[in-house]
Every structure is written in C-alpha cells, then in structure tokens.
Design a protein around this ligand. Structure first.
Ligand code: NDP
Length: 286
C-alpha cells in the first residue's frame, strides 16, 4: 500500500488563500482592517524568526500587523501594561505575545492578562475551558492545524482509536480535546505510560507531540495507521530538522503520514491567521 504524504505546505497555503479572499471581501464591505498585535520581548533568534513569519503571513493575507519589540530587561509590569493597553484598543483584534519570555516575567500572568476575546494563541484558561466544554473560543493553533490536516486529507476521525503521545498544555491536551470533539476514542500517553509501544499500536490515528527525535519507530505503529508528527527537533549529529517519528522506518506501514518539515509546522501560522479572522468577526458580533 502506498502511503499518502499529508502536505502541510499545500494545505496551509490553501487556508491562507481562503482567508485572503475572505479578508478582501470583508475589507470592501466594512472599510476596516483585521489587526494582529505581536509582542516580542528580547532577542531570541528563534522567536525573531517566528515573529517575522507571522508578520509575513499577515502581509500576504492582508491583515495589519503591529509589532512591539521590547528589550530583554523589560519588567513584568511594563509588559502587562502593554497587554492591558492592547486589550482596550478597538483597532486591535488579536494579541500574540511570543513565548518564551525572559525569566523575570511570569508567562502565566501574561497569558492570563490577554483578553479572551483577543487570545488568538488560544492559551488563556478561558479559551482552554471553552474547548473542554464545547463552547466557542480560540483553539491552540498547532492542534487546530492537525485537525485541518486530517479533514482536508479525507481522514475520517469519528469512531477511530486515536493515541496522542504528549500532554503539554499547548499541544497534547488541546489535541485530545479536539479529537474527542471529532468523536474519536482518545488515549493520551506520556512519559509515565507503561508499555508505550503497545498503547501506540492500538491507534488508527497516532499523533506524536513528544520532542524526542525519531522516537516513534515502526514497532509503535499499527499497519495502515495514520501518523501525524508534531515534533520539531534537530538530529544531534547533523543539526538537520526532524520529527518525533522515524519517517523512513514507519513509512512502509502507514496509510498516511506527515513529513517534518512540511507537515504540521506550516499549519500553526495558518491557524493563527484563521483565529485572527475569527477574532475580528466575533468582536463585531458581540
Ligand atoms: P513538551 O516538552 O511540553 O511536552 C512533551 C510531552 O511529551 C510531555 O507530555 C512528556 O510527558 C511527553 N514525553 C516526553 N518524553 C516521552 C517519552 N519518552 N515517552 C512518552 N512521552 C514522552 O513539548 P510540546 O508539547 O511543547 O512540544 C512537543 C513537540 O512538538 C516538540 O518537538 C516541539 O518542538 C513540537 N512543536 C511543534 C509545533 C509546530 O508548530 N509544529 C508547535 C509546538 C510544539 P510528561 O508530561 O510525562 O513529561
């Protein structure tokens, strides 16, 4: 059986093009712009790249992006004041504070300070709670992207056994809630799970969000499973990018799989852009 390669680049491009079209219409109708405020504290090179990519995506779709670049020694109060100011601005639809933050700043306090109506990262406890009880709210972008990859690749979710390896607040847990919402039977595995291989081999859909390069080999995978690799790691010897799944080893056994890079990665920004659009619509409805 030839495995389907789930192309995150193509699917994310499709989502961005759909948003671009909707945004053009919206602009023509309302004469207003969707605005994302991006806050970066310090000069972490990886964060700078993420922020640049988010800005580029805004430009492509036609959103206005506001950049707030603060020095690494910014105090918590200063950042909280900025967030408060952005919460109150009527011309700002979404607020994103790039993580990680320098050690003098409590990330939780910052996340909690963002208005849930503008929480386009979906990290606020209100957003997480809404997801758990099936209320409308923003969903963390990476797991939301995985759902889109599955749906747009024609993978049926309802009734399937889904195993998620990883239980972080930004990937594993919201992923489990979303798969449950799609009527999968969900198991969440983690570092204390006994006999992980056997648990993973139950999965019709196996989602790896571990952060360990190429840990998931063929003996974790049931014949014909769909494998989604959220991991973004570097191979220690070469520095090359790789996922949590040993792609070449697993490939002959799966019905569909995401590559790294080019799988889940590009979806995160596409879903962030989608959340910005939703934020604009929701704020004007309420
Ligand atoms: P975390 O480190 O927060 O969580 C990792 C999870 O994996 C934990 O729940 C941990 O278990 C579990 N785990 C670690 N080792 C093992 C093991 N040996 N066996 C079973 N479970 C294990 O990571 P994140 O969720 O933030 O990220 C996971 C991966 O996804 C990373 O590679 C990250 O770079 C990538 N990522 C990719 C994104 C994208 O855009 N594609 C976005 C976000 C993350 P326990 O809870 O017991 O410690």
């Amino acid at each position: 059986m030839d495995a389907v390669l789930i192309d995150g680049k193509a699917i994310s491009a499709q989502i961005k093009d759909e948003l671009k079209e909707k945004t053009q219409k919206l602009k023509a109708e309302t004469q207003t712009e969707i605005t994302l405020a991006v806050v970066l504290v310090g000069e972490d090179p990886a964060s700078q790249v993420y922020v640049r990519n988010k800005r580029k995506a805004c430009e492509y779709i036609g959103y206005r992006s506001l950049a707030f670049e603060l020095p690494a020694d910014t105090t918590q109060d200063c950042l909280l004041n900025l967030v408060k100011d952005l919460n109150g601005r009527d011309d700002v639809d979404g607020i994103l504070v790039q993580m990680p933050l320098p050690s003098q700043i409590d990330e939780k306090k910052v996340i909690n300070a963002i208005s849930p109506a503008k929480d386009v990262d979906g990290f606020h406890p209100m957003s997480v709670g809404a997801l758990c009880i099936g209320e409308p709210g923003f969903v963390s972008c990476t797991p939301a992207g995985v759902i889109q990859l599955l749906k747009r690749s024609g993978v049926e979710i309802a009734g399937k056994e889904c195993v998620i390896v990883g239980r972080s607040n930004i990937v594993g847990k919201p992923m489990a809630m979303l798969m449950l919402r799609e009527n999968a039977t969900v198991t969440v595995a983690h570092s204390k799970t006994r006999d992980l291989k056997e648990v993973c081999r139950r999965a019709d859909i196996l989602i790896a969000a571990i952060g360990r390069h190429r840990m998931i080999t063929a003996d974790y995978v049931k014949e014909g499973a769909v494998v989604i690799d959220v991991g973004i790691n570097r191979i220690p010897e070469t520095g090359k990018l790789c996922g949590d799944v040993d792609f070449d080893d697993v490939l002959p056994h799966v019905s569909a799989i995401t590559p790294v890079p080019g799988g889940v990665g590009p979806m995160t920004i596409a879903m962030l852009m989608n959340n910005c659009y939703e934020a604009f619509i929701m704020r004007r409805k309420n």
